[in-house]
Design a protein around this ligand. Structure first.
Ligand code: HEM
Length: 444
């Protein structure tokens, strides 16, 4: 596997110091070394692979030569037997259990609630003030995820659980643990226990609700044709409280932190490019007008769809597919020995000059009818193959509803503050997305 010459190493260090972003380091390595390279830091020597052929082999054709997580990985420690951690049969069983709720016919049933939650968050914005959309979109993504996919009102618990959730995200974000897997992690235990208390409490309540329905007692909602993730799990005798906790926490983290990033990036880019914002607004005005958003509108918001796709290209919230080689294998002609950490760089594939025109530019039109096509597995914001994102449909519908509603209701203008991508659990706009909000006059 190619490695960087010392002078490239120097360039990388300079880039790091200038941009304060590890992505800059990866971009310099890609430019100087090529689409496959090995990082050679003490204790951290992943093989980084870029481009459709590598992506296809890692995600599909040679996937049996990899596993997703190491035992010392904080993701494994936190999410235990969650679908994101498990491989093989256990993975397939958990996944099959959750998939029906995440199909389009079920997800579109949540459009009304997605919009209501958007209104609820936005009603606290004071006209003319500057709002940090990174924070607001997290609030919203949490309300939407819990309200629709867990069927629980999260509002009353938001403030109490805000910090524990951020601690859980920090716990799994890249850090020193990558080179020192057993390092002591102070300052997390209490927050994570608080989150667990909440989740186990939810499971207990749901078991009671389902039991009450089965004995014919009246209850708040019907579990029989549930469209949430929790109720069917509670009904499944094979699912213990621990296993359910692992799946719900997995989905809560994977399902809201990514949406937070996507929505915040999209608003950042729309704020930065007023002419693209104007086009999106014109489309929302002509398709939705002053009405509430319905499935028919969602399907017809084609330009907004390209804005979302292009946002995911430039700033994929999950910017890398991490794998470990379990048996010696070859990817794109490079030999990889068992035990090697492999990073399929979604970020670099999405900016690969071999496949994209002007890859650094924000240009939604490239996903429109006249845009140039790229080879399969070049654009993989949701991964691919059997581990493709289980929430991809949900996330895309949610993004459209939220953005369309905000564009319909508000004029959003950028404060022009510099933003850079920060590698947390997801790729986040750092230090935040500061937009001035002005409620639009006219019919609601
Ligand atoms: C913009 C939003 C989202 C993005 C960009 C995204 C991206 C991804 C990517 C790239 C993967 C594959 C990772 C890999 O192969 O290593 C993935 C997997 C996953 N995503 Fe998402 N995701 C999003 C939203 C969601 C939502 C809303 C949920 C849940 C409701 C979710 C749950 C999961 C789970 C559980 C997996 C693991 C699937 C498996 O291993 O079988 N994601 N996601």
């Amino acid at each position: 596997m190619p490695v960087a010459e010392p002078e490239v190493g120097l360039k990388v260090l300079k880039g790091l110091a200038r941009e304060r972003s590890l992505l800059t380091a990866l971009e310099i390595m890609r430019q100087e070394v090529g689409p496959a390279f090995q990082i050679t830091l003490p204790g951290f020597q992943p093989a980084v692979l870029v481009g459709p052929e590598s992506n296809r082999q890692i995600l599909v054709s040679r996937r049996a030569h990899f596993r997703s997580r190491g035992p010392g990985d904080p993701v494994t420690k936190l999410l235990r037997h969650g679908v994101l951690v498990e491989d093989g049969e256990a993975h397939d069983l958990f996944r099959a259990q959750m998939e029906p709720v995440l199909q389009k016919p079920q997800v579109v049933g949540h459009i009304g609630r997605m919009q209501q939650y958007t209104d609820r968050v936005a009603q606290n914005w004071r006209d003319g003030t500057v709002v940090d959309m990174l924070v607001e979109m997290r609030r919203l993504a949490l309300l939407i995820f819990m309200g629709t996919l867990v069927d629980v009102e999260f509002g009353p618990d938001m403030e109490r659980l805000w910090r524990p959730i951020l601690r859980a995200i920090k716990y799994i974000s890249p850090g020193l643990w990558i080179i020192w897997p057993d390092m002591p992690r102070f300052g997390y235990a209490r927050a994570l226990a608080q989150l667990d208390d909440y989740l186990y409490g939810l499971i207990r309540e749901r078991r009671q609700r389902v039991a009450a329905e089965e004995t014919g007692e009246p209850s708040a909602s019907t579990a029989a044709n549930a469209t949430d993730l929790l109720t069917p799990m509670v009904r499944n005798p094979a699912m213990t409280d621990d296993l359910i906790r692992d799946q719900i926490l997995t989905m809560l983290i994977a399902g809201h932190d990514t949406s937070t990033a996507l929505l915040a990036w999209a608003l950042h880019l729309l704020g930065l490019y007023p002419e693209i914002m104007d086009k999106a607004r014109a489309e929302v005005a002509s398709v939705v007008g002053g009405e509430d958003i319905t499935l028919a509108h969602v399907d017809r918001l084609e330009y907004l769809d390209t804005v979302i796709k292009e946002t995911l290209r430039l700033y994929p919230p999950i910017h890398v597919g991490n794998r470990f080689v379990t048996e010696d294998t070859t990817i794109s002609g490079y030999d990889l020995t068992a035990g090697t950490r492999v990073m399929a760089s979604i970020y670099l594939s999405h900016r690969d000059e071999r496949y994209w025109d002007a890859p650094q530019e924000f240009c939604p039109e490239r996903f429109g009818p006249d845009g140039a096509r790229v080879p399969p597995f070049t654009y993989i914001p949701f991964g691919g193959g059997p581990r493709v994102c289980i929430g991809a449909t949900f996330a895309q519908i949610e993004a459209k509803v939220v953005l369309a509603r905000l564009i319909q209701q508000f004029t959003l203008t950028s404060e022009g503050r510099k933003v850079h991508p920060y590698m947390g659990a997801t790729l986040e706009p750092h230090p935040g997305v500061f937009l001035r909000v002005q409620r639009r006059a006219g019919p609601r």
